[in-house]
Design a protein around this ligand. Structure first.
Ligand code: HEC
Length: 146
């Protein structure tokens, strides 16, 4: 990675893994999620952004038990169960990308989730795909229209 080049000398002195101050990318293989092919690059971008913007409430593990979750009016649901409330699809179905996108852009202000209206389309897309890796349901099923 080019932007790491200046750190080569430093990383030779530091414990391994400290180069660039980041962990190695989490994904090396593409995945099929909700019936869509998603590249490792998109998943890694989504992972970084989720850690930065969402994990404080939703937890790095997607459990909804991030450090900032305790003071919220409504506790975030567990993404590992893939049990979503805000969706246009049939009962028990997974939400569409569009459903997730609306929640992210508008937030759930009354319940403590801020609106992320300033993110780029690519950033929101990557976060949405990464969010699907918390539950194996996304590898097995697709959103079903109601
Ligand atoms: C300040 C805490 C907070 C942050 C930061 C936050 N959320 Fe939330 N989120 C919540 C809460 C609380 C809920 C539950 C709201 C409800 O039930 O009405 C929620 C709900 C959701 C839902 C809806 C789940 C459903 O049941 O349909 C999605 C999707 C979601 N968040 C994604 C994200 C993403 C992606 C980010 C980062 C870009 C993020 N959230 C950042 C607190 C947060």
């Amino acid at each position: 990675m080019m932007r790491c080049a200046t750190l080569v000398l430093v990383s030779a002195l530091a414990p391994s893994g400290a180069a660039c101050g980041e962990d190695p990318p989490k994904f090396s293989e593409p995945m099929v999620l909700g019936g869509q092919d998603v590249s490792a690059e998109v998943l890694n971008a989504g992972h970084r952004s989720f850690e930065m913007r969402c994990a404080s409430c939703h937890g790095s593990d997607g459990s909804g038990q991030g450090p900032a979750s305790t003071g919220l009016a409504e506790r975030p649901r567990d993404f590992r169960q893939a049990d979503f409330k805000y969706k246009s699809t049939s009962d028990g179905s997974l939400p569409t990308d569009g459903d997730l996108d609306i929640t992210i852009r508008n937030g759930q202000l009354a319940n403590g989730m801020p609106a992320f209206s300033g993110l780029t389309d690519d950033d929101r897309h990557a976060i949405i795909q990464y969010l699907k890796t918390f539950s194996p349901r996304w590898a097995e099923a697709k959103p079903e229209a109601s």
